[in-house]
Design a protein around this ligand. Structure first.
Ligand SMILES: *Cc1c(COP(=O)(O)O)cnc(C)c1O
Length: 402
């Protein structure tokens, strides 16, 4: 019999009642170290006092207003993001996929109002993940996510990640934009070489294309810069943001330059909930912390410490861990054993982390992670790897005996 909730997830059989920082607590008081962070969402951990205060204060005043009225919190958030990024303007959404939908529509509209409605195609990359709407599954191109949902939305040309010649070959008279994650999250924590991002920027400038970045997972401090593209020293024309910007409240945004946004005039796009006062109060509170002096230095320091310990872990357990990759606190452990085996063994040690493609376990701690928690993570990972190795040895003995 079908469950009351549509069974589209294979859920872990754990029920959490509350969270605090990097920890989650079950009803019976068991404590888990949370390196999932809602998939890179809870950038300030669970129940951060500043976010709780912002949310509860706003909840007593005003939750929701239609976008047919001015929303002060949104005006403030947008002004702060304009100040802190390449963007001149933005549209607020409730999710990453909606931010990407806005980005795709904006790119098409830009060329349409520039006299080139035929330039609607977008070059995308293998291993990409842009969301689960019809347009974003077409952009992501993952056959597993497209299967059975009818013809894929036209307009996306996918090439291998990092392959500049393939990008050039894919560009034709109908191409209008290039869409890429600076660091692929779901795709296995794969960093686009910064030189490749710079080459894409140059190519876009030469050919009159828009560069669209999907920083839904790698943005908002996750890599140790406010946005990951800053490492490459480039700026996009359009950028999709979500996950971390709301710290756990559903918020997304599509940021753009004035030029790229020139077709998005009154009536061309909309959202009932996007940018409502409750969401804006929390996102502003996230920025209070993430943009404060020294916060990103703290992310880099935590990253350095965690990665040192992970290098040690890899040396101790070469039969389990093949590679440590990623940027900042967007880290991937490529495993020798199936990644799901390590995730299950970690869970037995009360540590939680999500999988990614290429047999990778993602480590996505809150950006506020401290030294004690990093050491706790090492101990739990070390115990999980040790158990897996004992299992591998036992299997080898059985194999030799047979
Ligand atoms: C999670 C994610 C999305 C989709 O965000 P939703 O909020 O689930 O719609 C898009 N792009 C990237 C890179 C993501 O990690």
């Amino acid at each position: 019999m079908i469950t009351p909730i549509l069974p589209t997830y294979n859920r872990v059989d754990l029920v959490f009642e509350r969270g605090e920082g990097a920890w989650l607590f079950t009803k019976d008081g068991q404590r888990y170290l949370d390196f999932t962070a809602g998939i890179a969402v809870n950038v300030l951990g669970h129940a951060h006092p500043h976010l709780v205060a912002a949310l509860t204060e706003q909840a007593g005043k005003l939750w929701h207003l239609s976008n047919i009225f001015r929303i002060e919190g949104g005006e403030r958030l947008a002004a702060r993001l304009v100040e802190a990024t390449f963007a001149d303007t933005m549209f607020f959404t409730n999710s990453g996929a909606e931010a990407l939908e806005c980005a795709i529509k904006m790119a098409r509209k830009y060329h349409s109002v520039s006299g080139h409605p035929e330039r609607y195609r977008i070059v995308t990359f293998e291993g990409a993940f842009h969301g689960r709407t019809l347009a974003t599954i077409a952009a992501g191109g993952n056959p597993k996510y497209l299967e059975g949902f009818g013809p894929a939305m036209p307009g996306f040309d996918q090439v291998p990640f990092g392959d500049l010649e393939a990008v050039k070959a894919a560009i034709g008279p109908e191409t209008g934009a290039i869409l890429i994650e600076p660091v692929q999250g779901e795709g296995g924590v794969r960093t686009a070489p910064w030189a490749f991002l710079r080459a894409l920027r140059q190519l876009c400038d030469e050919k009159g294309l828009l560069l669209i970045l999907d920083e839904v997972q790698c943005g908002v401090g996750r890599t140790g810069k406010f946005f990951a593209h800053e490492w490459a020293g480039i700026t996009p024309d359009i950028m999709a943001v979500a996950k971390g910007i709301g710290g756990g409240f559903p918020v997304g945004a599509c940021l753009a330059t004035e030029e790229a946004a020139k077709g998005m005039t009154a009536g061309t796009h909309g959202s009932t909930y996007g940018g409502n006062p409750l969401a804006m109060s929390v996102a502003n509170a996230v920025l209070d912390v993430v943009l404060a002096d020294g916060f990103l230095d703290g992310v880099l320091a935590a990253s350095t410490r965690l990665r040192q310990r992970l290098a040690e872990l890899k040396d101790r357990h070469p039969a389990v861990i093949a590679e440590v990759r990623g940027e900042g606190l967007l880290i991937g452990l490529r495993t020798v054993v199936p990644n799901t085996d390590l995730i299950a063994a970690m869970r037995e040690e009360h540590m939680l982390a999500p999988a990614a493609s290429e047999n990778v376990v993602r480590l996505l701690p809150p950006l506020t992670i401290g030294e004690a928690e990093i050491d706790a993570a090492f101990d739990r990972l070390d115990a999980a790897c040790t158990k897996l190795e004992q299992g591998l040895k036992a299997d080898a003995v059985k194999g030799a005996a047979a």
